[in-house]
Design a protein around this ligand. Structure first.
Ligand code: HEC
Ligand code: HEC
Length: 290
């Protein structure tokens, strides 16, 4: 740029020469021409690789997913009302595929109540191809960028704010199913909300965007990307902080805490009652009398 300015400056100083105007014009053409050749083939190549990626995704889809989700991802309805072997994937977006395939939930081994996390079957390139194919069916939520959920760029103070805001959002929106410390819990009809410990930021973001299975979805409209980032920061922080109480009772919430209260609480009450009974004046008196 500086070079161009300098050349242009020198040229304008020589404006008087009859060839100056022509030289500026030629220079302009040269620059725009070389810029064009620098960028346009790359663009064409990008487009070509995108179509390739979708084609690769479609091939993988037909081999591993169409069996349950239909040849065009339209879903397969079964005889039972409302229940599908595989739901329609039209409009679920790249984020849903990246989440389901990236956490090993899909391809599901056999239709069941809830696809568990398991060993991941596809590599990153194949997962991206599958995601690109499903995204090509209809628009849906895209895979988030790392900058959407990372708190790397924040100051120490901003991080603490993010974590405490995230904690509040978590308490109001997530604890009902995932437990107050993210340890997970049972859901109706044999389902469960999994533990959130050790889940990557990207997959938390995607789970929120797409609402897998019985989980509601939290679109960017009702939980802004920044809110999501804060929840991720909070979940990350509770894994780093040691438990405040001496031991966690399994972190299972009211059930184990209740049991603990019964055993230890009632137990010590009974113990105290026995102790009192054996130390009352009457027992002492009767001992003295004896
Ligand atoms: C054995 C049947 C089966 C196979 C094979 C299968 N799925 Fe699924 N898929 C399901 C069922 C059932 C659900 C819904 C239940 C659930 O999410 O636990 C589902 C859900 C999904 C969802 C979530 C949809 C949403 O609304 O968020 C995605 C995305 C998905 N599958 C992608 C895939 C891809 C990609 C493959 C192939 C690599 C695949 N599935 C293979 C049965 C299957
Ligand atoms: C109504 C109950 C419910 C609520 C509320 C809920 N979830 Fe979930 N969540 C689930 C269920 C059920 C699953 C399992 C889905 C599956 O396996 O397909 C899940 C899965 C997840 C996963 C995927 C974990 C993994 O193992 O890959 C994350 C992350 C998650 N939830 C985060 C959240 C956060 C954060 C909130 C609050 C903003 C929240 N959930 C609110 C029920 C819920």
């Amino acid at each position: 740029m500086q070079l161009i300015n300098r050349t242009a400056g020198r040229l304008s100083r020589h404006r008087r020469g009859p060839l100056a105007g022509l030289a500026v014009l030629l220079l302009g053409l040269l620059i725009s021409g070389s810029l064009y050749t620098a960028f346009s083939p790359a663009q064409a190549q990008n487009q070509a690789s995108e179509t390739d990626q979708i084609a690769q995704g479609k091939e993988l889809f037909l081999a591993s997913c169409a069996f349950c989700h239909g040849k065009n991802g339209e879903g397969i309805p079964t005889v039972r009302e409302g229940y599908q072997i595989g739901p329609s994937l039209v409009g679920v977006g790249a984020a849903a595929v990246d989440f389901q395939v990236g956490t090993g939930r899909m391809p599901m081994a056999s239709p069941g109540a809830q696809a568990p996390r398991k060993k991941v079957v596809f590599n990153d390139e194949e997962t991206a191809a599958l995601a690109a194919y499903v995204a090509s069916l209809a628009p849906g939520p895209a895979i988030p960028n790392e900058s959407d959920y990372s708190i790397e760029g924040l100051s120490e103070e901003e991080r603490e704010e993010a974590i405490s805001r995230g904690g509040q959002i978590f308490l109001t929106n997530c604890t009902a199913c995932h437990n107050f410390n993210g340890a997970g819990g049972a859901m109706p009809r044999g389902g469960y909300a999994p533990s959130l410990h050790g889940v990557e930021g990207k997959y938390i973001f995607e789970a929120l965007l797409t609402g897998p299975q019985a989980m509601p979805n939290f679109s960017n409209g009702n939980l802004t990307p920044e809110d999501k980032r804060d929840v991720i920061a909070y979940l990350d922080s509770i894994q780093e902080t040691p438990e405040y109480a001496g031991f966690t009772l399994g972190g299972l919430g009211p059930v184990s805490e209740g049991l603990f209260a019964w055993l230890v609480g009632i137990g010590s009450l009974v113990g105290a009652a026995v102790w009192i009974a054996s130390h009352t004046t009457r027992t002492k008196k009767s001992k003295v009398n004896a």
